[in-house]
Every structure is written in structure tokens, then in C-alpha cells.
Write a protein that binds this ligand. Structure first.
Ligand SMILES: Cc1ncc(CO)c(N)n1
Length: 250
């Protein structure tokens, strides 16, 4: 059986019942539709060998270090989505919430990466100078373009898989594989993404998506769904890129 077959098989074994339990409370109709439309893609993420090995603690250190460096350069661009959110929001509360998300990501989430880098002996300059791999570049530039060209709805639909899938991955890992918290090194990663703080930020984005979708014509909803599906597919590719340490060929 090839690795792709194995991933597909493991993804199929991730039952809808488990996904139902992972759903955030208070989700409206549009985000329920979004969640259904990426079920196969997100199941593929949960079941990817990168995450399987991260949960069991068998993920090689060099693979994790590669992932953290790529994720750091990813986050450097990703936080600009929150700046776009603040720019396109029309009320002070939403503007402030995006400013808060930007602050939290720069100073809390990215601090996790800086601390891991320090443990790996990677200097801060080296971390910031990481050259983005093709998938990292395609993902961030797609997302920033969708956000810059579109409405606040496009911004939120494009960034939502990042927050929501990581929150689901973190909380499901801790619920179904609590031993992931026993690992010396990978523990902090699971603590971060299963935290109540991270979940409440993700829940806020889910609720905002439903508010923004209210009353929109189907043509616009379909465009937002396409954004959401595309960045979900990039999430899968990001795990796979990291696992294979896929960089430029030449
Ligand atoms: C690729 C990626 N997606 C989402 C998150 C969550 O912020 C992250 N750190 N990295």
C-alpha cells in the first residue's frame, strides 16, 4: 500500500461521529456547510502521518524543526490577514478584535516557534530569514490576494481553516490521544493548540463568518466556500510538505 493509500484509508477511518463531537457550539448554517464541504480534506489532515507521528512522539526532530521554520514564515504573512480584517471591518468591535488576533499571533503563537527554535539552536535571525518553500509561498500569497481583492467575508473565509482546523486538531489530539501531552518536546505544541484561548479565537472567527454570510446571495456564498475549500487544501499540503521537507528542487 502506498503512503497516499494509507492516508486515504486512515482518513476514511476518521468517522463523522468524531467530527460531530469536534464541532464548535453555536455554529450557524453557513459554517456547517463549510465544515461539511471540507470533511474529507480535514480528515486527511488529522490522519496525515505528520500528525500521527507528532501525537505518538515518533516524529523525527529534523522534520519538526523544518515544519516550525516554515510555519514561522507562514505566520509572518498570515498575521497580515488580521490587518486586512481590521482594515475592512466597519465597526470598532470587529476592528479591535482583529487587532487583538494580530497581537496574540505575533506575541503568543509565534513565541512558541521562537522558543522551539532556541531549543534547536536556530538563531532568531535564521528563523526570520527562512526561505519559504513552494507550498508555503503559494498558500500565503493565495490567501493574501483573496483577502486584498475581496470583502471582509473573503478575508474570514480564507483564514478560517487555519484557526478552526488547528483548534480541532489540537483539541481532538488531546481528547483522543492524551499521551501526546507526555512528550518532552511536542507537549507545548499540543498545549498551545488545544488551549481554551486558541479555541475561543477560532470560535469568534466561526461566528463572524456566519454573521457575514447572512443574507448573501448564493453566488457570493459559493465564492466564500471556494476560498475556504482552497485554503483547507493548502492546510493539507502544508502538513505533507513539512513531512517530506519539500523545498525548491533547484
Ligand atoms: C499552516 C498553519 N495553519 C494554521 C496555523 C494556526 O495558526 C498555523 N500555525 N500554521
Amino acid at each position: 500500500m502506498t503512503k497516499t493509500d494509507q492516508t486515504a484509508q486512515a482518513a476514511a477511518a476518521w468517522t463523522p461521529a468524531e467530527h460531530e463531537q469536534a464541532e464548535s457550539p453555536g455554529r450557524g448554517r453557513f459554517t456547517a456547510r463549510l465544515h461539511r464541504s471540507v470533511q474529507r480534506v480535514w480528515a486527511g489532515c488529522h490522519a496525515h502521518p505528520f500528525l500521527e507521528e507528532l501525537r505518538s512522539g515518533s516524529l523525527p526532530l529534523d522534520v519538526f524543526a523544518y515544519y516550525m521554520k516554515q510555519d514561522y514564515v507562514f505566520l509572518k504573512d498570515y498575521v497580515k490577514m488580521f490587518a486586512l480584517g481590521s482594515l475592512k471591518a466597519r465597526d470598532l468591535e470587529t476592528m479591535g478584535k482583529f487587532a487583538d488576533l494580530l497581537q496574540q499571533t505575533l506575541n503568543v503563537e509565534m513565541e512558541l516557534h521562537r522558543q522551539y527554535a532556541e531549543r534547536f539552536g536556530i538563531t532568531r535571525d535564521e528563523l526570520e530569514a527562512t526561505e519559504p518553500a513552494p507550498v508555503t509561498l503559494a498558500y500565503t500569497k493565495y490567501m493574501l490576494d483573496a483577502g486584498a481583492q475581496g470583502t471582509l467575508g473573503d478575508v474570514v473565509a480564507s483564514l478560517l481553516p487555519c484557526m478552526w482546523s488547528y483548534s480541532e486538531i489540537g483539541s481532538e489530539a488531546v481528547r483522543l490521544h492524551p499521551e501526546c501531552l507526555d512528550h518532552d518536546l511536542y507537549r507545548e505544541w499540543f498545549v498551545m493548540y488545544s488551549s481554551d484561548e486558541f479555541r475561543s479565537l477560532a470560535d469568534w472567527c466561526v461566528q463572524l463568518m456566519d454573521q457575514l454570510a447572512e443574507g448573501l446571495p448564493e453566488r457570493e456564498l459559493a465564492r466564500l466556500e471556494e476560498r475556504f475549500v482552497t485554503t483547507s487544501r493548502f492546510e493539507y499540503m502544508f502538513w505533507d510538505m513539512a513531512y517530506r521537507k519539500a523545498a525548491w528542487d533547484l
